[in-house]
Design a protein around this ligand. Sequence first.
Ligand code: BT5
Length: 343
Amino acid sequence: MIRRYNKITLGGNVVKEKILRVLKNNINEYISGEELSIQLNISRTAVWKHMNSLKDLGYIIESQPKLGYKLTKVANSLHPRELSPLIENSFIGTEITYIEQVGSTNEIAKDLAKTCKEGTIVLAEEQIGGKGRLGRNWVSPKGGGIWLSVILKPDINPAEAPRLTSVAALAVVKAIREETGLAVGIKWPNDIVFEGRKVAGILTEMSAEIDKINYIILGIGINVNLDRKDFPSELTDRATSIKEELGREVVRIQLLASVLEKIENEYQRFLQGQLAAIINEVKEYSQTLGKMVVVSNFKDAWEGTVEDIDFEGALILRLATGGTKRIISGEVSLRSVSGDYAE
Ligand code: BT5
């Protein structure tokens, strides 16, 4: 079942919200069932039922007959109940569709996009049909990642839509660096990498008419607490997670709140005409500038050295055969020391 949540009501049961607040304010301390029932004006049986449903949501709550209830661990979930209080944005993430398991959050976002307001997000704990670009697969196991779609409705020319991939990439890099300290960079146009391995990817999809965008969906996948065993063997050399690189777990929800905040900031800068400044920052984090590469799209491939990322986010390639080529979107393979090109 798909449920929408919004920031004001948190969409949930008000009493349960209150119980959770009391438990969180007294984390690791017992609070008696009687006290809770008096404070909230409900029966002790009702308190007990709410505790059970909180346990089902992943909260670890101990109970002792004489002492009452003690919250020892908050749920490792991205549930809007947990997320909404962390978001201070004015529109990105103020409406949340949260689903435990989904095919692809981008597909759900497409269904919502026609009627929902700009900034609505779709979140899942697990994707069983996660998508990369060009119909590729995106590995999205349960509970370890951030699998997110953001619905935007910018009043821009459809030809300018690829620029939003750079806007999103900058937001994700800034959030990961600030929240975790991991010095990730951007492999043009949509990969967030650490030492050559992919930590996050962005899939920008659009519905448009000739001169008007209906909506854009920024699909963002971040490998937060994934373990090496979560990746299929063919990806172990090319993919990694924040946890693998830092050697410790990261609080997913905190990182997610930061990603949403940065997306709102960078997107507002974009709408205010500050793309050139955004691209300058993208260039600071670029892992492709100055490198020998092969850039390909569905029909062509060009070999050369990346000379620049221009003020609109396009790649400027100095071709091995002479001259330059401006490329708006494509696939970059970097040349290794041995002279091979790796994805
Ligand atoms: C991307 O495509 O990098 C876009 C990924 C977007 C994923 C998000 S999750 C939320 C939203 N809902 C979706 O269904 N998708 C978006 P691309 O550049 O085409 O990279 C895909 C390639 O990356 C695959 O062919 C694999 O080689 C590799 N790959 C797959 N899963 C990966 C993972 N979890 N981490 C790193 N690399 C992965």
